[in-house]
Design a protein around this ligand. Sequence first.
Ligand code: ZN
Ligand code: ZN
Length: 356
Amino acid sequence: MSARDPIADLRRIAFLLERANEATYRVRAFRSAAKALAGLPAAEVAERAGNGTLTELAGVGDVTARCVAESLAGEKPVYLRRLVATEGSDLDAEATALRAALRGDCHTHSDWSDGGSPIEEMALAAVELGHEYVVLTDHSPRLTVARGLTAERLRRQLDHVAQVNAALPEGFRILTGIEVDILADGSLDQDDELLARLDVVVGSVHSGLKDERSKMTRRMLKAVANPHLDILGHVTGRMVSSRPAGVTGPGDRGHRARTRAESDFDADAVFAACAEHDTAVEINSRPERQDPPKRLIRRALEAGCRFAINTDAHAPGQLDWQRFGCERAALCGVPADWVVNTWSAEQLVEWTHART
Ligand SMILES: [Zn+2]
Ligand SMILES: [Zn+2]
């Protein structure tokens, strides 16, 4: 067998680890090794691989040295083969298929709360994306920084949505909803009568994100057990990056980005409760959230939870962010039929109402 290019193999591994959003130190090991080898004549690399002295080079460890030896022997490194096998060599195709299976979006905001655009514009953008429905989930009263809707304003919004729906193209509809705050005691920040009336209820924690573990767990367990709650929004509350490039304007008020750690709670207990009460776990597509992290998506999947792949869009262009959530879901092997927004609007509403 003829030798492969060991530097190209190391870089490919680093790329696949990055794409899978794996820990930075793992990625850096392969990038550093590639860099160390790139500065040496090929003959020296081969000689060192032969006599086992690659690890004497700064930046080359046991794992990376083994990869180099395998490449030079003409074999695809085991590490690379394993990555390709577990990540799926056809990842893009899987994510694309999942995105194509989505028929709507269950978490969006308008200028009635902290979104930047009127309901009509959000709906028309969703139509253009090929959606059959979009759930309007403006904030609840106590999130005053995001102009959360009082019961009175929400009632007016329901009337308004009915009017807008009448004027939208056939085959598309705005479903009514809310992103209701999960309060400190685990109760939901809106009247029960209204929550029961809405098509879809997303519930999220927006305050006290640093609460200690047992308190946060109790709070989330109580919310998940509430029959009005259909989808648990951005589960950990983390912010992985600052505001993404190109995202400006009022559309992000209330979601203004800064880095923030995951809140601390017993994820296995919360996911077990989601599975028991048939509450879906949101895969939030916002680039600065990427919430939940993949290790938790995998645990929710193992617990038997359903999912909703949502954009949490605050502006029409952000409705196209679902592909980010789909990429992460595909990496974790989330099957399309466990994602509630691959269903039709009728099936979705049948599910939420069966739960209420
Ligand atoms: Zn939120
Ligand atoms: Zn939101």
